[in-house]
Write a protein that binds this ligand. Structure first.
Ligand code: DGJ
Length: 699
């Protein structure tokens, strides 16, 4: 293609990267020219193809940014639209564009149907991220149907084969980082659950197989419903990543005059492999948090200590110990409201149970606050148990398919949040709790996917009035989060979905912290957090120290290990601390005090992931923004027996990004930056020393 016309070529510039696109002379689509470090666009395009395209069309081989099925009929379109008479193959013509270095909006229109598409780009200030979304408007007289409504295609040069990194999981085993080599063909991750899900993270990384630690491109989606990311490598060596919604409820209607904005999907680039890409995402998420990137409190959560058997007495017993340890926020989890003695009943009836709080809930909250802590509460407002007053009064509020049985999961149904009256109920329930009680922290849970694609009462309209249930649910969820943040700016919100099933970039912009997994077993948790930190910044990583052995992963690890692990993000305690010995409590107090000293660096520092959870070297390095302090958290991942009893040499943790000529001090030991980079920080494991927190000061 010829990119000769400079008026149809645009370069977006990030902190260290640039992203150049152009409209070819034929005007039928927008193409990528180059995506990489500053200056990468000067020279022949690394994604342009040459040669014929036998048995294909030109668009199938071109690095198209946003492709309809007319432009890219065989190798995967982003947008497939059907007219009222069932015709497909909408084709675009370039209309105009406007933008600057960090923003671009390119408009296309289909002359036959009148569909207009504005392809938007934005580089958030100070990042190496390109955020993209598409706005569709039906300016024609006929209704249209979107059969596929992807958000974007990202093109990555992979001449020697693509190495993809993705994260899979299941309940209690989220964020498992894995890799696959893609020669030719496609690889897909996604969710049809109406929530991002435990099974895959809406995140993918791509690099060339010949350079697995070099230039790496990432794609992550901001959509809290069903989604899909597909990477497809063509015969010419280009990997194209399509990302967007998965239309689980069928095609989307776009009536005449209708407008639809598709979810934002972000692309990220780093020259430094997956580890560098993690830092690009961290910077982006820190910007998304904005002024809410405040030091996260050390919290106590009572779930694992008391489960549903919550009452004022046991919570206060826990709270007294927690306050002594230095905990700053005390969170009462599930079990505090009427009818909630186990998971078979109560969801929907969000009134504190007077039997559990005989002196009144507010008196209880006051007592917790009197201990010098903030107070937090668990809710799951989108769900309802059949055994609840809410369900008795509003059985029609749950998703249901006419004439079909409901599918209970964890004994509960899902409210159709897309209905205005349900959204009003959910908002006023949570807002009311925050207004009535002195609450400073909210844990918002969601413990089941959506199974039924139907809304009672709309059957008669049939396909003629298909409802975008997924879209409506997500839109109202986001709106309610935004309203609560605006109206209660001092309340921190933790997003949870049976662990980490609701973590995407849209939630990273609306929640203050994520609960990544119900699995707090030390070595399992290490793997979960390692994956999590590849896609998410530490301020989002909620982590508790729990009792050992706990529910999962009985492999023993010390209290120190569990503390250092939870300190890698937002430190919390979930153990039954009523039963901790004086020594355990004293040790916990020391760790909490140390965490408070370093948490600013954990929140704002430059993260390097050293080794991995299945490697002898496993650490996370956080370098303070001014480079003067370096925090290293390290864990012994191997067998504990024998360590320290035989001649050995320490494990060496190579640190990154230090000034080689500078000196660094840890206690009495001095290192050069060069030594720490080339040889590494020594850590010596033994049977009773399986974790380390090192704070290095530049001298
Ligand atoms: C699932 C969450 O992940 C847990 O932390 C806890 O809040 C339970 N739900 C409560 O039912």
């Amino acid at each position: 293609m010829s990119h000769a016309d400079p008026s149809r070529r645009w370069t977006l510039r990030g902190a260290h990267t640039e992203y150049t696109v152009a409209v070819p002379a034929h005007g039928r689509w927008l193409e990528l020219v180059a995506w990489g470090p500053h200056g990468v666009s000067e020279g022949p395009s690394p994604v342009e193809y040459t040669g014929p395209v036998p048995f294909l069309t030109a668009g199938d081989a071109a690095p198209i940014e946003y492709a309809t099925d007319a432009a890219r009929p065989f190798t995967g379109a982003d947008l497939i639209v059907e007219t009222g008479s069932g015709d497909r193959r909408i084709g675009f013509e370039y209309v105009d564009a406007e933008g600057d270095d960090t923003r671009l909006a390119v408009t296309f229109a289909d002359p036959v149907t009148g569909l207009r598409a504005v392809v938007h780009y934005q580089v958030p200030a100070g990042t190496d991220v390109v955020s993209r979304w598409v706005e569709l408007t039906n300016t024609g007289p006929e209704p249209l149907r979107l059969v596929r409504a992807g958000s974007a295609g990202f093109c990555v040069p992979t001449p020697h084969g693509a190495r993809l990194s993705y994260q899979w999981g299941q309940w209690a085993q989220e964020f498992q980082l894995d890799h696959v080599d893609l020669g030719h063909g496609a690889f897909t991750v996604g969710s049809a659950q109406g929530v991002p899900g435990h099974l895959h993270l809406p995140w993918l990384a791509v690099r060339d197989q010949a350079d697995p630690t070099g230039p790496t491109w990432g794609v992550a989606l901001a959509w809290t419903g069903s989604w899909e990311i597909t990477a497809e490598r063509d015969t010419g060596g280009l990997t194209r990543v399509r990302a967007g919604r998965r239309l689980v409820d069928g095609p989307l209607d776009l009536p005449s005059g209708g407008r639809l904005t598709l979810p934002t999907v972000s692309g990220a680039y780093s020259p430094d492999g997956l580890d560098g890409l993690a830092r690009v995402w961290h910077t982006h998420q820190r910007r998304l948090a904005g002024e809410r990137l405040t030091p996260r409190p050390v919290l106590y959560n009572s779930w694992e200590a008391t489960y549903f058997a919550v009452d004022a007495e046991n919570q206060l017993a826990l709270a007294r110990v927690a306050a002594d340890l230095g905990v700053e926020t005390f969170v009462v989890d599930d079990g505090w409201f009427v009818g909630r003695d186990d998971d078979t009943a109560g969801l929907g009836d969000w009134t504190p149970d007077p039997a559990k709080f005989p002196a009144g809930f507010d008196a209880f909250v006051k007592e917790v606050r009197g201990l010098g802590m903030n107070f937090g509460l668990w809710v799951e407002p989108e769900c309802v148990n059949p055994r609840s007053r809410l369900y008795a009064e509003h059985p029609d509020w749950v998703y249901a398919v006419h004439g079909r049985p409901l599918t209970p999961i964890r004994n509960q149904y899902l409210l159709d949040l897309g209905r205005p009256e349900v959204a009003e109920f959910v908002h006023s329930t949570v807002d009311g709790l925050l207004r009535r009680h002195d609450i400073g922290y909210l844990k918002w849970d969601f413990n089941r996917p959506r199974t039924e694609p139907g809304r009672p009462g709309t059957e008669a309209a049939g396909n003629a009035a298909r409802i975008d249930l997924d879209g409506a649910h997500v839109a109202n969820l986001h709106r309610i989060y935004e309203q609560l943040r605006r109206d209660h700016p001092h309340v921190l919100i933790e997003a949870c979905a049976g662990g980490g099933a609701r973590t995407d970039l849209a939630m990273a912009a609306r929640a203050d912290v994520f609960w990544p997994s119900d699995n707090t077993g030390p070595l399992d948790r290490l793997a979960i957090q390692y994956g999590f930190l590849h896609a998410n910044a530490p301020h989002l990583l909620s982590s508790w120290v729990t009792d050992s052995p706990g529910l999962f992963d009985p492999r023993p690890r010390s209290l120190a290990f569990r503390f250092v692990l939870a300190m890698a993000g937002v430190l919390g305690i979930g153990a039954d601390i009523r039963h901790w010995t004086a020594e355990q409590r004293a040790e916990a107090s020391r760790w909490i005090a140390r965490y408070k000293e370093i948490r600013e660096i954990i929140m704002h520092g430059t993260v390097h992931l050293v080794g991995g959870p299945d490697q002898p070297r496993c650490a996370v390095q956080y370098t303070a923004p001014d480079g003067a302090t370096v925090v290293v958290l390290a864990w012994h991942t191997g067998r504990l027996d024998g360590a320290g009893l035989l001649p050995s040499r320490p494990v060496r943790l190579p640190l990154a990004g230090l000034d080689p000529a500078a000196g660094y001090r840890h206690g009495d030991v001095h290192y050069s930056g060069s030594h720490l980079g080339a040889v590494g920080l020594p850590v010596r494991w033994s049977a009773d020393h399986d974790a380390e927190l090192v704070v290095l000061q530049r001298v």
